[in-house]
Design a protein around this ligand. Structure first.
Ligand code: SAH
Length: 220
């Protein structure tokens, strides 16, 4: 589902996304207003329309309505001081938005498998919110989403920005009790799923909606 929302600057674009009922939460609205999508797209593509845009190496920055949806799903875990993992950080947009939500006492680790995209994402965040990197709130580095980031676990929230053919269990293991994982799962047919970790190794699972993401590349 794509909306026809298109604007000439980030602020007007976020106002449109609110008007079209894509953004419901004030906290998410604030984060998406503060992170300018114009800093995270490839030159020549329009950042202020509600569709995914090509980056390079066949990857895309996700559509704004997916960014909004995932931030809202994770919102209760993206509180000041929270520790977060963003798998498939791509453009760095969502990593930065989550960094704004967790603040100076929080930490968001973005991991990706494509070194050029890691450089791109770091440069994008540096243009938009250099303090996120300077204050070590955001760190974007090489890592495999099938393994997660055990050395920095446990996390309050984990976002996955590429579709896994099956659920990577290390990501569930790396959640705190009460922590939330949002992940697209599937191949030709994919669903965005939400997992919340309970006590004693239990999890709740919720299917949010059908989606179409690039694949989480298989473990080497
Ligand atoms: N949230 C990002 C999505 C980028 S597209 C954004 O909106 O910009 C998905 C990303 O997942 C790509 O950057 C791709 O390189 C990365 N990716 C694919 N397989 C991966 C894996 N196994 N581990 C980590 N990142 C992966």
């Amino acid at each position: 589902m794509y909306y026809t929302a298109s604007a000439s600057n980030n602020n007007d674009f976020i106002t449109l996304l609110k008007k079209y009922d894509v953004i419901h939460s004030d906290k998410v609205e604030k984060a998406m207003r503060s992170v300018d999508r114009g800093h995270y797209v490839y030159p020549g593509t329009n950042p202020y329309e509600d569709c995914p845009q090509p980056l390079f190496s066949g990857q895309t920055i996700s559509a704004p309505h997916m960014h909004a949806m995932c931030l809202e799903i994770l919102e209760n875990n993206l509180t000041p001081g929270a520790k977060v993992l963003d798998v498939g950080s791509g453009s760095g947009y969502l990593t930065a938005a989550m960094g704004m939500m967790v603040g100076e006492t929080g930490k968001v680790i973005g991991i990706d498998v494509i070194p050029d995209l890691i450089s791109f994402a770091n440069a994008n965040v540096k243009k938009d919110h250099p303090e996120l990197l300077e204050k070590n709130i955001v760190e974007i580095k090489l890592g495999d989403g099938w393994k997660g980031c055990p050395e920095q676990a446990p996390f309050d929230a984990i976002h996955v920005g590429a579709a896994a053919s099956s659920l990577p269990t290390p990501l569930l293991d790396q959640l705190k009790v009460g922590g939330t994982l949002v992940i697209p799962v599937g191949t030709s047919s994919q669903f965005l799923k939400k997992y919340v970790k309970g006590e004693n190794g239990t999890f709740s699972e919720e299917v949010i909606t059908g989606v179409r993401y690039v694949p989480l590349v298989p473990q080497s």
